[in-house]
Design a protein around this ligand. Structure first.
Ligand SMILES: NC(=O)c1ccc[n+]([C@@H]2O[C@H](COP(=O)([O-])OP(=O)(O)OC[C@H]3O[C@@H](n4cnc5c(N)ncnc54)[C@H](OP(=O)(O)O)[C@@H]3O)[C@@H](O)[C@H]2O)c1
Length: 342
């Protein structure tokens, strides 16, 4: 049964719809709503071919559309967005080393791509646009984070160009998804599968947030439902020590400290002290409201939210290192049993 009617009868375009997030989001929408059309927008025909033949997409072939296109190509985006109600922008280059080594490519996809998604959404009268961000966009120390910071700023400022149009742009920010490609869980699991007897840990003090892909999807749905424009939606999720993850994967496993890598942080941050004056805390999430307000509806949304949410303390920082919720080794082990690798 549908939770609300939000996406029923609507056309939704997902840039990067063949990626990990895209799969989980589209499956969720097909299970909970009756959309008119879901458009997957990405470059690789093979990934689209495989997806179109998989369940549940195969059974929903009347709803699913597969568009080959690059977010760098504005004309193609304009065509793909004709008649689209909602856009979820998930396409990105997101591997830190690849972005460091190919900086211009990261800028073309993550920054120029974001500008094209904004322009095409404005021109085609899309109603809501939600762009995915990452903790790496906060106080960035690598180019991936830098490009996503610029992308976030572009989406927040895009609300200024809406004029009288009924369109809003907002952001969902989350940290490393448990089990996502290239992340620490599959990395450790592969080493253990190969028979390694010692796991490398860059720094024993290192912490991360733990979020499942499903929690990320639900936050995007919430942003589609509630955003008035310019908000950054952030899940309240637990932290864990990377060394505890090793212990949870294999009790008693030996570990070796290998030193922090270039572009790596000891702790990830999702809300900075500078954001704190505009941040409200809710039961399951934080919302950072925009510092520059372009429409009355944005101010009205902030005022209405203040009646439900609690302002965070002055100087508050939402960091994986100072989080109030922590996972024990046993809790990590329980969660690991539910982690699918994507
Ligand atoms: N995974 C995480 O842990 C994590 C954490 C925080 C935030 N995020 C953010 O969440 C979003 C989705 O991540 P994900 O894990 O789903 O990534 P993913 O699995 O790597 O998927 C990326 C998707 O983007 C498409 N894509 C890449 N370049 C494109 C381009 N130039 N034009 C059109 N499509 C393009 C890819 O398909 P083609 O290659 O076929 O084009 C693929 O469908 C990203 O914005 C990422 O920054 C991810």
């Amino acid at each position: 049964m549908a939770e609300t009617q939000l996406l029923d009868g609507k056309t939704i375009l997902v840039t990067g719809g063949t990626g990990s997030f895209g799969h989980q989001f589209i499956r969720y929408v097909l299970e909970h709503y009756q959309p008119k059309k879901i458009i997957v927008y990405s470059r690789d025909e093979y990934k689209q071919f495989v997806m179109s033949n998989e369940s549940p997409y195969r059974e929903y072939s009347k709803v699913m559309r597969f568009f080959i296109g690059d977010v760098r190509d504005k004309e193609r985006l304009e065509r793909a967005m004709e008649g689209v109600d909602y856009v979820v922008h998930a396409a990105a280059l997101k591997q830190v080393p690849a972005c460091e080594y190919n900086p211009a490519e990261a800028i073309k996809t993550n920054v120029h791509g974001a500008m094209n998604v904004i322009d095409a959404s404005l021109d085609q009268n899309v109603k809501k646009v939600v762009a995915l961000s990452t903790d790496k966009a906060v106080n960035p120390v690598n180019l991936y984070g830098g490009t996503k910071l610029v992308s976030d700023k572009l989406f927040i400022a895009a609300n200024a160009y809406a004029g009288d149009k009924d369109i809003s742009f907002s952001i969902v920010r989350y940290g490393n998804v448990a089990g996502s490609r290239g992340s620490v869980i599959p990395f450790f699991r592969n080493l253990l599968a190969k028979g390694e007897t010692e796991l490398p840990i860059t720094d024993y003090r290192m912490t991360r947030f733990w979020i499942s892909l499903e929690e990320g999807v639900k936050l995007v749905i919430k942003a589609l439902e509630e955003s008035a424009g310019g908000e950054t939606f952030i899940s309240r999720i637990p932290s864990f020590y990377v060394k505890d993850l090793a212990e949870a994967l294999q009790p008693g496993i030996a570990t070796k400290e290998t030193g922090i890598r270039p572009g790596e942080k000891l702790h990830e941050v999702m809300v900075t002290a500078e954001d704190a004056p505009n941040t409200l805390e809710f039961e399951k999430n934080y919302i950072v409201y925009p510092q520059m307000i372009f429409h009355e509806r944005q101010q009205a949304a902030f005022e209405a939210a203040k009646k439900i949410g609690r302002p965070v303390e002055d100087g508050f920082v939402y960091s994986s290192g100072t989080n109030s919720q922590w996972l024990s080794v046993d809790e990590i082990r329980t969660l690991l049993a539910t982690v699918e690798e994507h």
